[in-house]
Design a protein around this ligand. Structure first.
Ligand SMILES: [Zn+2]
Length: 144
């Protein structure tokens, strides 16, 4: 009759593992031989990591040209200028135009959107000033 060297539980000789603590009895019995089997010698072939460098590049240096800011800026600038979405469209055109001027591959559309946005906002602010001063005048000096 043997006892587990770790926890003292009675052990049947044929058992490999102590049922109480999980101690490896097989290694304990054969301690004169190397307790741990030699780790197999691995022929370590260095595999090149399969990362794709272009995934880590910044957004504006992708091989495919990216002018999203400029396209949206141009559309919003035009919509703002023609009063489809006055002021708001122009502001979007100016903001995205400024962003696209820096980030787009081709900054021309962004510049155009920026300029259209500025023109649109000037025209529409002038229009609203005229409109509100007209309304104000109508209230102040009502026609007979
Ligand atoms: Zn044990």
């Amino acid at each position: 009759m043997n006892f587990c060297p770790q926890c003292g539980t009675k052990i049947v000789a044929s058992w490999n593992v102590c049922p109480n603590c999980g101690h490896n009895l097989k290694l304990e019995r054969g301690y004169q031989q190397p307790a741990q089997p030699q780790p197999p010698v691995q022929i370590y072939t260095q595999q090149k990591p399969e990362y794709q460098p272009h995934q880590y590049r910044s957004y504006n240096s992708r091989p495919r040209s990216n002018n999203t800011n400029g396209i949206v800026a141009l559309i919003c600038g035009l919509l703002g200028l023609f009063g489809v979405i006055p002021i708001v469209g122009s502001i979007i055109g100016i903001v995205l135009g400024a962003v696209g001027k820096k980030n787009d591959d081709d900054p021309r559309m962004a510049k155009a959107g920026l300029v259209l946005g500025i023109i649109g906002i000037v025209i529409w602010i002038a229009f609203y000033i005229f409109l509100f001063s007209f309304i104000f005048m109508m209230f102040r000096y009502p026609p007979d």
